[in-house]
Design a protein around this ligand. Structure first.
Ligand code: GLY
Ligand code: MN
Ligand code: MN
Length: 431
């Protein structure tokens, strides 16, 4: 593994919490993700299924986790099925997990080879009343056109055991995963720290006429050098007008003297993610107007972050951030009281310049699972990312930090990423 060993107690505790929420006499089956092809014999980098990782810590393809807390034999209450390795696989792909290693990572004593899965499950199915199966239930899921390993497991299981009851793994994991343990917060902090180092490299490298992708390369270098797995998502390095396209990520433009650059990036470390945005002037000096817009967004971030408190309702939070941005838009001369008086309440006037949400759960997924109808609780991790996008002025500013909700108020995991104008200008001028 590139990342530091994670204590198996994290996964043992996660399984305990998960099985406590299962209905009596049921079996949960969790599958790893597929390795996705590109062309010919090539594959994209492997990304583990996050629910399987959460409950086992196993970061290897072709893995199945079976949890049967009511199994009458204690050793069958958690079984891990992993890919059986051999000399051929070792020669071509290198070491795969041994059973002992899988036990050490997961804390699961009963590890079997994958080919034993069907027969083992047959024995349990005879005893059990139902199954829990995984499915991607994200509100904006992007897998609709692709049959995943989870989808195939649902088809296979329902065909083989049509008369059992079926339940959703995601209903349990979306509740559990939204509250992060200290170990998980430590891993998100590590991801954030790598991002902070990467941003410092960007500040040093940035100059007029540099290509956006050259700045992306500074981030990539830092994350690989520090044992990060991959970017949390394809970084957005958007100079000038590109910053007004919210998900711009071709990063192929030249950064022009006088423009700002918006950089929205995250690091994936041990499958946990950071998600941060900073905006910097290409030539190292903010113009008067850039300062005004930047400070307006910074004000919203600082004030908005203070509102990330235990008990806060998410929809109310978004409304409060809307009001903060609205005030700043008036000060910037972009909205008038009249615009606001005449606005459509379903699409407030401020949305012309601030058209996205402010806070999302962050963890094993960048837009992590969790119910937005649940009020904020201790241990949740949220981004805060207000923005103002003024196409007609060639400027888009978004600032994004990551916060843990604590009973003493929000804890900023990205505190050390430079954000004040003076600090950014000073760092950009250092040779
Ligand atoms: N870059 C995606 C987000 O900030 O949510
Ligand atoms: Mn982001
Ligand atoms: Mn975000």
């Amino acid at each position: 593994m590139r990342y530091q060993k994670i204590l198996s107690e994290l996964f043992i505790k996660n399984r305990e919490n998960f099985t406590n929420k299962m209905k009596a006499n049921t079996i949960a089956i969790l599958t790893s993700n597929d390795e996705m092809p590109t062309n010919a014999d090539d594959l994209m980098g492997f990304a583990q299924n996050n629910d399987l990782f959460y409950l086992s810590g196993i970061d290897q393809e072709e893995t199945i986790l079976v949890l049967y807390p009511d199994a009458y034999k204690k050793e069958n209450r958690a079984i891990l099925f992993i890919r059986e390795t051999n000399d051929f696989i070792k020669r071509w792909e290198g070491n795969k997990l041994t059973k002992e290693e899988a036990t050490q990572i997961s804390g699961i004593k009963n590890v079997k080879w994958l080919h034993e899965f069907d027969a083992t499950l047959q024995l349990f199915a005879f005893e059990a009343d139902g199954f829990y199966l995984g499915h991607n239930e994200h509100a904006k899921r992007v897998t609709e056109k692709i049959e995943t390993q989870q989808d195939r497991m649902i088809l296979w299981c329902k065909e083989k055991y049509p008369l059992h009851e079926y339940h959703r793994v995601a209903k349990i994991t979306r509740d559990l995963r939204q509250i992060k343990s200290p170990i998980e917060i430590g891993l998100i902090q590590k991801a954030a720290d790598i991002g902070i180092e990467g941003f410092h490299r960007v500040l040093k490298a940035c100059k007029p006429n540099i290509k956006e992708y050259e700045l992306e390369a500074e981030l990539t270098y830092t994350l690989i050098k520090n044992g990060g797995t991959r970017h949390a998502f394809k970084p957005i390095v958007a100079s000038g007008i590109n910053a007004c396209s919210l998900h711009y990520n071709t990063n192929d433009a030249i950064c022009n003297d006088g423009d700002m650059i918006l950089i929205d990036f995250g690091v994936c470390y041990a499958n946990y993610n950071s998600d941060t945005t900073r905006c910097i002037p290409v030539n190292g000096k903010f113009t008067k107007r850039q300062k005004e817009v930047y400070n307006a967004v910074l004000h919203c971030l600082k004030e908005g972050a203070k509102l990330l408190t235990v008990g806060k309702n998410h929809a109310e939070y978004e409304r409060e951030m809307g009001s903060l941005v609205e005030d700043q838009l008036k000060k910037l001369g972009l909205l008038t009281n009249e615009d606001i008086a005449n606005q459509d309440p379903d699409y407030p006037a401020y949305k012309k310049y601030f058209m996205h949400g402010t806070a999302h759960h962050l963890g094993l997924d960048v837009h992590d699972v969790g119910l937005y109808s649940t009020n904020l609780q201790e241990g949740m991790v949220f981004t805060c990312e207000p923005g103002i996008y003024i196409e007609e002025e060639n400027i888009g500013i978004r600032l994004e930090n990551d916060y843990v909700i604590t009973k003493d108020g929000p804890l900023n995991l990205t505190e050390k990423m430079p954000i004040e104008i003076e600090e950014i200008e000073a760092l950009m001028q250092e040779i």
